[in-house]
Write a protein that binds this ligand. Structure first.
Ligand SMILES: Cc1ncc(COP(=O)(O)O)c(C=O)c1O
Length: 427
């Protein structure tokens, strides 16, 4: 659907055209077309709280939340202030002296992380945290292989992609890491059969986000922990999207009472202001990885003071505002509301599932999801499907979202699905 720019001022129109052209000529022409077609052919201009304002002056309620990045909302004032202060003193580290902000964030993460996860390696993205986890698991166990799950999403660097459970995005880049196998999510027997004497680690999410919002059961997570202990393999839990309050608890693993050997964080850790990734592990792993060579794995920008200050402040805001609790309460409100929509439209919605503010609505066909997202955009609501399963609309607003905003979303969502259905029936 082409955007209607007939009402917008000439200078804004010229700006839009310039950016579209630059996307077409210098960024990604197919992506430019896709965004325009999907109802997102505008420029994001500013953002605050749960709202994003575009160049054409339209204000959107954000129910994607940067796929987990904007847990504190956009431009949180406390994170902004802390980052400003650090920016004026020492934004990046020389990597020669001690970096105080990195030390503080690592110590704070050790305090809040489950069990004996004591050490942190900092990087700049989710995929990098997984690459580090895979390398650490190999060195710590002396083994080479990994088992991951079908539908899992762990990132798109070569390492992370190797354990991402979607063939369509892996195949064009093969050969990837050897010795990686995939088993169905939540199937403990399949995992037992896949683990061999060569398995360095099992990689898993507590909620498969991009796979379509599938929740791990406690039996599964506890079973994986036991399996790893029995077989001398490491449990690597990817909390890049679930971490820091998203699921209604600070970490997804807290729902299951287990401690991984390696846990990864990114997205929300930057407070919605700066990119940061964190790979955490216990002392045994750390001694094997860094005991002989402290520079065995490094990153120039990883652990920079700006990002670490953002991380420290993000943790304090999440805890002091009790955002995990709000995620649990607003999540219940949305699940109840969405299940009521499902009861009203049983042929249109297959399932509603979620934990905290990580919710998925599964449609029988991709078209309903796509048209619904497009209509929601027209209504001033940002929505998106899950990357590895486009039949599922993800609902992941900032954790600061209010009951009233959730009410507005539910109303618009119901109307949008109804409209999408009648449009598709009329085709
Ligand atoms: C669970 C999980 N792991 C890893 C990643 C990769 O993160 P990034 O895109 O920052 O590399 C993502 C991104 O969506 C994710 O959801």
């Amino acid at each position: 659907m082409e955007e209607d720019f007939s009402e917008i001022p000439a200078e804004v129109e010229a700006r839009l055209e310039r950016v579209f052209d630059q996307y077409r000529e210098s960024v990604n022409p197919s992506l430019a077309r896709l965004m325009q077609f999907g109802g997102f052919g505008d420029i994001e201009d500013s953002a605050e709280g749960c709202y994003v304002t575009t160049a054409t002056g339209k204000r959107y309620l954000d129910f994607v939340g940067g796929f987990g990045v904007f847990s504190l909302g956009h431009c949180h004032p406390r994170v902004r202030e802390a980052v400003h202060h650090q920016l004026d003193r020492l934004p990046l580290s020389t990597k020669t002296f001690f970096n105080e902000q990195q030390a503080q964030l690592a110590a704070r993460l050790a305090e809040i992380a489950p069990g004996d996860l004591q050490y942190t390696f900092f990087s700049n993205s989710g995929a990098e945290t997984i690459d580090a986890a895979l390398k650490f698991a190999r060195v710590a166990t002396g083994k080479t292989d990994f088992v991951s799950t079908v539908g899992a999403f762990h990132g798109k660097t070569l390492g992370a992609l190797s354990v991402t459970g979607r063939e369509k995005i892996r195949t064009p880049f093969e050969p990837l890491l050897p010795g990686v196998s995939f088993v169905p999510f939540n199937d403990l027997d399949a995992m037992r059969n896949a683990v061999t004497d060569r398995t360095a680690g099992i990689v898993v999410e507590t909620v498969q986000g991009e796979g379509g919002i599938h929740l791990a059961t406690t039996d599964y997570m506890v079973g994986l922990r036991e399996l790893c202990d029995e077989r001398g393999t490491l449990l690597i839990v990817d909390e890049v999207q679930t971490g820091l309050g998203r699921t209604g608890k600070m970490f997804g693993v807290e729902h299951h009472g287990i401690t991984p050997d390696i846990m990864t964080l990114a997205k929300a850790l930057g407070g919605g202001i700066l990119p940061i990734g964190a790979t955490m592990a216990n002392r045994t792993v750390w001694e094997k990885v860094f005991g002989v060579n402290p520079l065995l794995h490094t990153s120039t920008f990883g652990g920079n003071p700006l990002a670490c200050v953002a991380g420290l402040t993000a943790i304090e805001v999440t805890l002091s505002a009790n955002l995990a609790q709000n995620a649990a309460e607003r999540g219940e409100q949305l699940l109840t509301g969405l299940r009521a929509v499902q009861n009203q439209l049983p042929n249109a919605i297959l399932e509603v599932r979620g934990q905290g503010l990580m919710i998925g609505v599964e449609f029988p066909i991709q078209d309903i999801a796509e048209v619904t997202i497009n209509i929601l955009a027209g209504e001033g609501i940002i929505a998106a499907y899950t990357l590895n399963n486009p039949r599922v609309i993800r609902i992941e607003p900032p954790l600061i979202v209010t009951a009233e905003q959730c009410g507005c979303f539910l109303q618009a969502f119901t109307l949008s699905v109804q409209t999408a259905l009648s449009m598709l029936e009329g085709l």
